[in-house]
Write a protein that binds this ligand. Structure first.
Ligand code: ATP
Ligand code: MG
Length: 414
């Protein structure tokens, strides 16, 4: 017996409707906001993530699935969605499209993490990337898109926002942070000791209890924003206010990726234990330049679809199952079986989902089976029906039966 790799999951036939449901909501919401789909490869050159995501991040340091292909190139399975889209944007000259360019993706994401509930080695993200607009109203629009999707999915989540400033504000803030952490260094986890040297801001993102405690009293980035970043943050809040979306300001949100500037945000819930972040994003005005393009501002988010589905289940959201069959044609005897086979095919051609028996079940167990698969109607065909040219259609919801001519089955309004 060969088992599934650790940290991966099968989506089984009886649960795939949940995925269709949330993916449809995601696509519909994207369309309402004028966002078009982009699909990029599952793997990229490793260099893209080193430059795009940043080599002081957990993702690049510890979590990437990197291998050498047969042509001796270093290849990495997507550890997030943004870098690939940014590469495609530059490579395909999308900068010449009318701005803003609004794109979304639904993609598998691979991270070598310690698997636990809501934390997988392959998970799936819906994400958006808006390029070409600097002002904070578009940050608000991106946040509202995520909120619309989560609301349509029947979820109750909280929005946290922050600003990470720009290079200018961060320089001063980093110095202050180092000063603050200096005395606490001996009580911090080994990773944070490294972060202290390379990128002290990352320490604020640490999930170790000891470091979290120290972080409580750390200076706030919001006290170090330059005028431009500060106005941007005020404008973001004003736009969320006019939309009537509530938020909390949380200066500890720094996000796990290096490319963020100004706005960062997270949608969180307390219903999923410690894996409560369902969506995270922000602005990245330097990313396109960092990976070799011209200067184009961007903003977006990534949303973990496994976590969204887990949350829907935890909150008891009713996920409608449209995968049910409309008509089951039960039959007995060789001629009736053939007729049932013919009719089920012709019904499908007309857009009505139809099933018939393939296992040689008795009439009674065909009815039971039809019930099990959720058939809305059952037609029973035997020699009598073939002879009289009339059959019965049973509506399963209330058990009512109506008689129709066999040659009118295809026109029946199921
Ligand atoms: P976390 O702090 O939970 O590790 P992150 O900051 O690494 O999250 P992002 O890189 O922002 O997460 O990814 C966007 C979203 O994708 C997250 O908010 C989460 O919903 C989901 N996600 C991230 N990593 C995983 C994972 N290993 N398994 C399942 N979902 C994940
Ligand atoms: Mg992570």
């Amino acid at each position: 017996m060969i088992n599934i790799p650790k940290g991966t999951k099968d989506v089984l036939p009886l649960e795939s409707y949940k995925w269709h449901y949330i993916e449809n909501i995601a696509r519909e919401t994207a369309s309402l906001f004028g966002v078009k789909e982009i699909r990029t490869p599952t793997f990229e050159h490793t260099e893209l993530f080193l430059r795009g995501v940043g080599d002081t991040t957990d993702i690049v340091n510890k979590e990437m699935y990197t291998f050498e292909d047969k042509g001796k190139r270093s290849i990495t399975l997507k550890p997030e969605g943004t870098a690939g889209v940014a590469r495609a944007f530059i490579e395909n000259g999308l900068v010449s499209l009318p701005m803003p360019v609004k794109m979304y993706y639904i993609t598998p994401v691979f991270r070598y993490e310690r698997p636990q509930a809501g934390r997988l080695r392959e998970h799936h993200q819906f994400g958006v990337e808006f390029y070409g607009a600097k002002s904070a109203d578009i940050d608000a629009e991106v946040i509202l898109l995520a909120n619309t999707l989560l609301t349509k999915a029947g979820l109750n989540v909280k929005l946290n926002i922050n600003s990470m400033g720009c290079e200018k504000c961060r320089k001063e803030y980093n110095a202050k942070l180092k000063e603050f952490f200096k005395d606490n260094l001996s009580n911090m986890c080994p990773t944070c000791k490294e972060r202290y040297e390379k990128n002290p801001l990352r320490i604020l993102d640490c999930k170790e209890e000891g470091c979290k405690k120290i972080n409580e009293n750390a200076p706030s980035i919001l006290d170090f924003l330059c005028d431009e970043c500060s106005e941007h943050f005020e404008s973001l809040k004003a736009h969320l206010d006019v939309a009537g979306l509530e938020y909390a300001i949380n200066p500890k949100i720094v996000r796990g990726l290096d490319y963020y500037t100004k706005t960062v945000f997270e949608f969180v819930t307390t219903s999923l234990g410690s894996q409560g972040t369902v969506c995270g994003g922000g602005r990245y005005d330097k990313l396109i330049e960092q990976i070799g393009g011209t200067s184009v501002p961007g903003v977006g988010f990534g949303m973990g679809l496994e976590r969204v589905i887990m949350l829907m289940e935890a909150e008891g959201v009713n996920i409608p199952n449209d995968d049910k069959v409309t008509v089951f044609i039960a039959s007995m005897g060789e001629s009736a079986n053939k007729k049932a086979f013919e009719l089920s095919y012709k019904l499908r051609l007309k857009g009505v989902s139809a099933e018939t028996d393939h296992i040689g079940r008795s009439f009674k167990s065909q009815f039971k089976y039809a019930d099990k698969i959720g058939a809305k109607y059952v037609i029973a065909l035997g020699d009598d029906e073939l002879l009289s040219g009339v059959c019965k259609v049973k509506k399963m919801a209330d058990g009512t039966e109506s008689e129709i001519k066999l040659d009118k089955v295809l026109e029946y309004n199921f």
